[in-house]
Design a protein around this ligand. Sequence first.
Ligand code: FHN
Length: 414
Amino acid sequence: PAPVAAAPGDNYVVDDALSGTRTRWFDEARFGMFIHFGPYAVYQGQYGTCREVEWIKRQCNIPWSDYEAKAATFNPSSFNANAIVQMAKQAGQKYIVITSKHHDGFAMWPTRVNRWNLRDHSGFSRDLLRELKDAATANGIKLGFYYSIWDWHDPDFVANFPAYVTKMKAQLQELVTNYDPALLWFDGEWAETNPTNPWSEQNGEDLERFVRAISPQVVTNNRIGKRRLVDGDYGTPEQALAGSPPSAQLQETCMTINNTWGYAAWDTNFKSPTQLVRDLAHLASNGANLLLNIGPMPTGAVSAGQSAALNGVGTWMATNGAAITGTGYTGLVGQPTWGKVTRKGNKLYLVVNNWATTLHLSQRSPFTVTGARVLGSASPVSVRRAGDGYDFLPSGGATNAIATVIEADITTPA
Ligand code: FHN
């Protein structure tokens, strides 16, 4: 049959002009680990009857004297950078982004800019960011730092914003120079819940120039500015699956593994590996990343519920990771009702949530299927032209309770 005409937008390709050399690793990674860790973890999500997590200081009206006293007891002696990196690696995650400073202003590294940090304030001598960087590098995992522009602790944020910005730049200079992060994940640039936040687009442009002058390769999210398409390198939908391609900007959805970012003892509402894998495949099929968050316990250890959820994803990824890593929007097919389709070069990956004896794929741009197989299985899959595309006819049943993947070889017209 004659090839089906391309639909509008089908000229989008996986490695487009937006994926410059700086963002190439990011655009191939597809799956990363977010870590929210700070002194708020010591409250474990509860202050009296008030339940909050990394916002607990503000939302529960905790006096600074109380919060500072609590932070002084912060002793993450069970933080095991290597175990965390192995957990990410096993899950199929290619990068880690950890909070270096959240809205409470507390620095997780021994900053020289102030004493509101893990070493000087809490007397914890280890440098967790250094340990994480070393473990990540040794395992081929990229490390990035979350950094909140909004700072509740430094009075200059309100009293003398230029002075605050000078200190913020000094901290970022420390982070970029001393740890050489692959990525800076800014946050707290908005004005909605903090109307006095003076952060402007000009501040964002200036900061982008500042960090790129130290490290031209550092990737930044769009919250460095005001989340415009031109700010930073990529967009940051939060707790929401990124929209359909083509997008004028790379995209990374950040998402909690339960309901909260930091550690809350009461939050055991963990997403199932099935849901997480389906979200991951959905995002990959749109050419977007998933940054999946964990919030370590105050000791620094990761809770059993969080590690079990990641482990479940990792078991699926061990067989089916080819359908995610390095893949993106196909530009060739409509998304089927039975699952999602991703593409890497001349391979399509049919991530089948609802297995059937006939799986139809609508073809929107020309390509020819030359072979197909089930990942991790020897059972053959035959393919025939049908209607507006192809039928895939697997000979065996689903091999994976979460989603079974069919890998198809394709050729496209030159
Ligand atoms: O207020 C924060 C929140 O605590 C968390 O860090 C998330 C992660 O994307 N960002 C902010 C809200 O946009």
